[in-house]
Design a protein around this ligand. Structure first.
Ligand SMILES: [Fe+2]
Ligand SMILES: [Fe+2]
Length: 472
């Protein structure tokens, strides 16, 4: 069902009455060809003219919000969709509780909001750039299609943020929107803003890890912004969360399918060392977990943050599930936080508002434990003794206080020399990555799959795994 105010036939599909605002419509229609050029340059390489079985957002209703059909990616209908406004919505946390939610950008928060939106927006095209060569080694058509689905939806998320920039931030918003298409993941001169989004994703194991761990960071950022007192931002992020769920599904089930295949090979050849038999050893999977988890943990920013405190105080960025899960919404109280004092980890009392990044990170870590449990259940089902675990949050950090020293997987302080000696027992070495690359062979026959990963139990949108998800 398409809700009444969704205009699907417009040049830019939308449910924001773009027709009524000619200036905005013209500005976005001017940005659109630049976006398409960027997509053709930086989107999936070698597959732009293929028919892909994709879902497209066509409404914001809970039922039937998406439509599935074959589409060539450059013709994908990237649209602007916000969840419907609530009557009389109020700011529900921080210093302005009870005030009407903002429908326009308040002058005093303009810079903060722009920064939040640009930082979020920058991650969306970045991940498409990171993943642009992956289809060339897709283990199956099903996986290839999932990659493209994630990619086009990250493109739509870019649209979502660009809509906000164009609508509410005038000339600097338009400039920021242009910059979002100008930066490039991993580029020395014009890198993407956050470091994880400059890491290359050159193999499918990294892709599954990224969509599990890094897209889940995205989920938590969106959850926090979905609480925002700036109503258009909240409504935008709420709808983005609907799409994000599939990205994490691709990640968590992707890793799980690798675990399954690894167990099968271990039993077939009666050895842990299945590398020679075309599988990913469990110990190597654990290293990938260590790396992508720690890199994604960085994305929550510094443990103590006056910016985070200011965003919360103003009502710009809340906690995940602020309205649903908390009773106290002013951010009063104390957060008991571990901190580094010389060569010791000590406990410190931090005002709750200054600990908001850490609070968000706590929820994120807890949710990641569930992925680990799922993968461990698969190990158990196959009778394996090995168990996966998350490294400590202090492990391998490049952002925040823990980046100032080295920690082992258990979170214990170690010397630089010890780190150098051990690091490739914990994170993938160049040899490990080279090995994983040797497994990456493209399989394009419907119903067939590469040897290092198991097929999914079912396909997409009630289709079988054997369905022809991409017509090559
Ligand atoms: Fe996204
Ligand atoms: Fe995503």
């Amino acid at each position: 069902m398409v809700s009444a105010n969704v205009d699907l036939n417009a040049k830019i599909p939308n449910n924001v009455h773009l027709n009524d605002d000619r200036r905005l419509q013209r500005a976005l229609e001017k940005w659109q060809p630049h976006f398409i050029d960027w997509w053709k340059d930086m989107g999936p390489e070698g597959f732009q003219e293929k028919d892909v079985y994709l879902r497209t957002a066509i409404s914001v209703e809970n039922d039937g919000w998406a439509h599935f059909d074959y589409v060539k990616m450059p013709d994908y209908r990237w649209g602007i969709f916000l969840t419907p406004p609530e009557d009389d919505r109020r700011i529900h946390f921080g210093d302005n509780i009870g005030q009407p939610a903002w429908q326009e950008v308040p002058g005093e928060h303009r810079n903060s909001l722009r920064r939040l939106i640009v930082t979020q927006g920058d991650t969306e095209p970045a991940s498409v750039e990171q993943q642009r060569l992956l289809a060339q080694t897709a283990p199956s058509l099903y996986d290839m299609r999932n990659l493209f689905q994630v990619n086009v939806e990250e493109g739509r998320h870019l649209w979502a943020m660009v809509y906000l920039l164009h609508s509410y931030f005038g000339k600097d918003g338009r400039e920021e929107a242009d910059e979002l298409l100008a930066r490039r993941s991993g580029d020395v001169d014009r890198p993407r803003i956050l470091n994880t989004f400059n890491e290359p994703i050159e193999d499918w194991l990294s892709f599954y890890m990224f969509t599990n761990f890094t897209d889940r960071d995205g989920k938590y950022q969106l959850l926090a912004l979905a609480e925002s007192g700036f109503d258009p931002l909240a409504r935008t992020c709420r709808f983005m969360l609907t799409e994000e769920a599939h990205h994490m599904f691709v990640g968590v089930t992707g890793v799980d399918r690798v675990v399954t295949r690894t167990c099968e090979l271990m039993k077939e050849f009666d050895t842990d060392d299945i590398g020679a038999h075309g599988g990913v050893p469990l110990s190597l999977l654990q290293k990938y977990i260590n790396f992508w988890y720690s890199s994604s943990v960085d994305l929550f920013g510094a443990e103590k943050s006056s910016n985070a405190a200011a965003y919360f105080a103003a009502g710009l960025k809340g906690r995940a599930y602020e309205a649903k899960r908390y009773e106290e919404h002013t951010g009063a109280g104390i957060y008991q936080m571990d901190t580094l004092a010389g060569d010791k980890v000590v406990s410190e009392e931090v005002p709750m508002r200054n600990a908001m990044n850490e609070v968000l990170r706590d929820g994120y870590i807890e949710e990641n434990e569930k992925s680990i449990e799922k993968w461990n259940r698969t190990l158990e089902k196959h009778g394996m003794d090995f168990r996966f675990s998350l490294p400590h949050r202090r492990f391998n950090r490049t952002v925040g206080q823990w980046s100032e020293a080295r920690f082992n997987r258990a979170g214990e302080l170690i010397t630089e020399a010890e780190w150098d000696k051990q690091k490739y027992n914990w994170i993938p070495s160049p040899d490990d990555k080279a090995f994983v690359k040797t497994l990456m062979q493209q399989v394009t026959e419907p119903g067939k799959i590469a040897g290092w990963v198991a097929p999914p139990p079912r396909g997409i949108n009630n289709n079988d795994f054997e369905f022809e998800y991409v017509k090559l």
